[in-house]
Design a protein around this ligand. Structure first.
Ligand SMILES: *Cc1c(COP(=O)(O)O)cnc(C)c1O
Length: 347
């Protein structure tokens, strides 16, 4: 097979979940939105359920379908975007729990799915999703249409432990949930690392499960190996790739590998990324093309069959830094042309 190979280590996902779980007395769920950050929601949730996870979070009701199918009845699936217009059939048929974001969503839910479980999402300062203090106070004064399964909010700056937003949002969350008996949730991966004050009843890590910062102890999950299509000699002063951005400073050997920005290997990696032949770094030279990347392999004793862009020498955060982005974007950009191999899949 000629296509690039993406290996996803499900044992590492389970180990990361267990390690995060041990940080806290609270229940630890798993955020699996965007197809489990691009790594494949079906295999990931099956593995996590096997490891003991009972609560999952997705962004949209439609995303619940693949996850409910993989999990079967039983585990809870919460939806961050709440109850949007047209969601009622999915929420009902897939047994999903919307995290209602506004008085409007509360009304929609009460009218179209009376008696169906729901949670509440509060805005404690991020200004993205959830009810703000005044709207929430008004809603509470009128009365909720039942007991919420969960009351949650999200931290804007949890990856910066010293940021004053963290205690500010914590204080707002405590104030807004005072006197409630419903289970509460504030922490994603970053929040879990801020300590027990942030854990409440349920934590909902995402990126840490998939091997990304800020969970420094995470085991890497994704390995990406790119096959070499062609290798050539280039004379000094010859150029490589679009716009001739790289000119050989010496007689060079250039390998062309089969993946590019259409596969999520961002064009901003041009001239910056390193591909690895085992322990030996081989710099990307010239522009990243849609389907191809050119690499200087002059230092190798023999022509490589493939080169690694994600692996033990370079994890998603290393690659993200080279690309000028975050590990989340590297993972969720990984394309669908890769041949995917899952290690440690439950039978
Ligand atoms: C994405 C998301 C999470 C998970 O965040 P990580 O930083 O990946 O751990 C948790 N809660 C909400 C509301 C989210 O949007």
């Amino acid at each position: 097979m000629s296509s690039a190979r993406l290996t996803i280590d499900l044992d590492a996902v389970a180990a990361n979940w267990q390690r995060l779980s041990r940080l806290s007395q609270a229940e630890t769920g798993a955020t699996v939105k965007a197809d489990a950050y691009g790594l494949g929601a079906g295999p990931v949730v099956k593995k996590l359920a096997g490891a003991g996870a009972r609560t999952f979070f997705v962004a949209l009701a439609e995303e619940g379908a693949a996850i409910r199918q993989a999990l079967g009845a039983g585990p809870r699936i919460f939806v961050f975007s709440g109850h949007m217009a047209g969601d009622a059939p999915s929420l009902r048929n897939l047994d999903l729990i919307p995290l209602l974001n506004s008085a409007e969503q509360l009304t929609r839910h009460a009218e179209s799915l009376a008696g169906h479980p729901f949670g509440i999402q509060l805005d404690t300062g991020m200004n993205r999703l959830g009810m703000e203090p005044a709207e929430w106070a008004a809603v509470r004064a009128v009365g909720l249409p039942g007991a919420p399964q969960l009351v949650m909010s999200h931290l804007a700056c949890a990856d910066e432990p010293q940021h004053l937003m963290n205690p500010g949002q914590l204080g707002a969350f405590l104030e807004m949930t005072e006197g409630m008996t419903a289970p509460r949730s504030l922490a994603a991966t970053g929040g879990m690392l801020l300590g027990p004050d942030y854990h409440f009843d349920l934590c909902r890590p995402g990126i840490g499960l998939y091997g990304g910062a800020p969970f420094e102890q995470a085991q890497p999950v994704a390995t990406l190996s790119l096959p070499v299509v062609q290798v050539r000699d280039v004379e000094p002063h010859e150029a490589v790739g679009y716009s001739c951005t790289w000119v050989a400073p010496r007689p060079s050997r250039i390998a062309t590998v089969a993946a590019g920005y259409a596969d999520g290997l961002l064009r901003t990696l041009s001239g910056k990324a390193i591909l690895w032949a085992g322990e030996i770094p081989c710099p990307v030279v010239g522009r990243v093309s849609m389907d191809l990347i050119t690499v200087d392999v002059t230092e190798l004793d023999s022509d490589p069959v493939s080169l690694d862009i994600l692996g033990p020498r370079q994890d998603v955060d290393d690659l993200a830094e080279l690309a000028g982005t975050i590990g989340y974007e590297i993972l969720t950009s990984l394309g669908n042309r890769y041949r995917r191999r899952y290690v440690g899949a439950p039978s």
